[in-house]
Design a protein around this ligand. Structure first.
Ligand code: SAM
Length: 218
């Protein structure tokens, strides 16, 4: 089955050499399988909390792995917040397809519990990218790459960050915006309308957010 546009965009953002890549909240494992096929790292971890999903993924990987791939993957049925990447290795943790609030919790826990690990992240939240970006700023992550993906009339931000990057991470995105793209204009309108509606919940906070998006000349 062809990989979705969104998951393809995430896979294409894996350009650095890592020892281990973690496909977190992997569901059926489509992304991790693609990374395995593309030989993106010597070890790909698949993590999800649903036992039936993980059992059928394990069965499928055992059945279809080539000899050289057999040691290149590991399936973990567990909470993403409790993954334990080993120190002294370079890790990429990918978290996609979950809401921004949950993603923020995963990021906090993973960073807090693994202070001696070198971990880069690629995230693609469902909504609330502003909140996720703000949180990643507090974790001292710098920008590696970012991209807007439109799939089935929904917009997603794919954001790659690293503690080793000195490029500042923007809360509203920076180099991902293409000012002449109709799609990007539509996404920006959507964000402005959303934060406009949020003003009645916390006018001071959301006015600040709205002003940032309004200042984008697109
Ligand atoms: C919509 S799927 C995302 C699949 C894929 N990453 C994508 O972007 O298309 C969300 C997955 O997150 C998993 N999930 C939710 N909370 C989790 C947690 N605390 N730990 C591990 N997996 C979790 C769910 O079981 C589900 O399979």
């Amino acid at each position: 089955m062809a990989l979705s546009k969104r998951l393809s965009a995430i896979a294409s953002m894996v350009t650095t050499e890592y020892d281990e890549i973690w496909d977190c909240c992997c569901d059926h494992g489509f992304l991790g399988i693609e990374l395995l096929k593309q030989n993106k790292a010597p070890k790909i971890h698949f993590v999800d909390i649903v036992p039936e999903l993980m059992q059928s993924l394990r069965n499928m990987l055992e059945r279809f792995s080539t000899d050289s791939q057999r040691t290149a993957w590991q399936v973990h049925c567990q909470d993403v917040a409790r993954i334990d990447p080993s120190p002294n290795k370079r890790h990429l943790v990918i978290i996609a397809g979950v809401g921004g609030d949950l993603l923020v919790q995963f990021l906090s826990q993973i960073v807090l519990r693994n202070p001696h690990c070198q971990i880069d992240f690629v995230v693609c939240p469902v909504h609330h990218s502003y909140k996720v970006r703000s949180h990643m700023q507090t974790l001292n992550m710098g920008l590696v790459d970012e991209q807007i993906v439109c799939e089935n009339k929904r917009f997603y931000e794919v954001i790659a960050v690293s503690p080793l990057s000195s490029e500042p991470l923007s809360r509203i995105g920076n180099k991902m915006w293409q000012l002449n793209s109709k799609e990007h204009k539509a996404y920006l309108q959507q964000l402005r309308a959303h934060y406009g509606r949020m003003l009645n919940q916390d006018a001071e906070y959301y006015q600040g957010v709205l002003d940032e998006y309004k200042a984008l000349d697109c």
